[in-house]
Ligand binder design. Structure first.
Ligand code: NAP
Length: 296
């Protein structure tokens, strides 16, 4: 029941109408009996500063931040945690009496799914990350923190991958290899065959969009784990390709769950009711996929 003491949380992005986060967090608040509510905030680019300042004015308890504002919000916050600095991106904001702190739970969510749900140890071998945007930074930082022995990135725009490698090196000391988007590049071919883990950190394949990954035939294949951050459709072109080649596969719903669980814990100080949140996510996913693959 919403009343005069309800604390408001939300997700700031554009678009946000497709987000599963409101349903997931409201289910969690209800289960624990917290007087909180989570709502979508679709913000226009020109208004992002006003939206962040408005969190203070309105006493918003905290927020998630999604595409395209994960980097844009940084100058408007009072402090960043180490994870947010390492990623150069914020997906969670806490508001303590008007003092805004930016956190990043994407990398932690990815690791929790990889290690706890899938039983995969990043230390077991090299990883190839496809994409060089905000989520790639979070994934790479998390892999490095968890002992991954060698990480390489391949991106459609080579300069962006090089910038990311430079920034990550400066922030964390991680030494990344960078490959061009060319399936005939010999070093890329060799690295991708040796990698234990291949992670798609691009939206390619979302909503069944066509994509031509720069990977040799048979990769990802047997003995490799293929992880796609995209979760709509559940079986993305990357997942289908990997499955057909005999790889172990995982979609992005687990990461979505655990980044949300970490945000919830950061805001409330309560252990997240993960199973309730998982059930809600699966319900939302089922509803969305049933009505046809609309935007997610
Ligand atoms: P971003 O910062 O906008 O970066 C997008 C990256 O994908 C860039 O490297 C871009 O390459 C590349 N890219 C875009 N379209 C492409 C295409 N058609 N073919 C090849 N490469 C393409 O986005 P992000 O925040 O990293 O998010 C990436 C994806 O991960 C999104 O689909 C997002 O929904 C998903 N995600 C999922 C979770 C989860 O919890 N499961 C969490 C975070 C993100 P260029 O540099 O060449 O443009």
């Amino acid at each position: 029941m919403i009343n005069g003491k309800t604390i408001v949380y939300g997700i700031i992005g554009n678009p946000v109408g497709h987000s599963f986060s409101p349903a997931m967090h409201n289910a969690a608040f209800n289960t624990i009996g917290l007087n909180c509510v989570y709502v979508p905030f679709c913000v226009q680019p020109a208004d992002i500063y006003k939206a962040i300042e408005g969190m203070k004015a309105l006493g918003i308890g905290g927020a998630n931040v999604t595409v395209p504002y994960k980097e844009t919000v940084i100058p408007f916050l009072d402090r960043l945690t180490g994870d947010a600095v390492a990623c150069g991106a914020v997906n969670t904001i806490t508001n303590k009496n008007g003092f805004l702190t930016g956190h990043n739970t994407d990398g932690g969510g990815f690791t929790r799914d990889l290690v706890e749900s899938l039983g995969y140890d990043p230390a077991q071998g090299p990883a190839l990350v496809i994409g060089a945007g905000g989520s790639a930074r979070a994934v790479i930082s998390a892999l490095a923190q968890n002992g991954c022995p060698a990480i390489a990135v391949v991106n459609r725009t080579m300069e962006r991958a090089e910038r990311l490698a430079g920034a990550l090196h400066d922030a964390t000391g991680i030494a990344l290899r960078v490959f061009p988007w060319d399936s005939e590049n010999r070093e890329l071919v060799a690295f991708s065959r040796e990698a234990s883990l291949l992670v798609n950190c691009t939206p390619a394949g979302m909503l069944n969009s066509g994509v031509d990954f720069p990977l040799p035939p048979g990769v990802p294949g047997k003995g490799q784990l293929a992880y796609d951050l995209v979760y709509n459709p559940p079986r993305t072109p990357f997942i289908k390709r990997a499955e057909n080649n005999g790889a172990t596969v995982a979609g992005g719903l687990g990461m979505l769950l655990y980044q949300g669980a970490l945000s919830f814990e950061t805001w409330t100080g309560h252990p997240a009711p993960v199973e309730v949140m998982r059930r809600e996510l699966l319900k939302q996913a089922e509803l969305t996929f049933k009505v046809g693959n609309r935007e997610v």
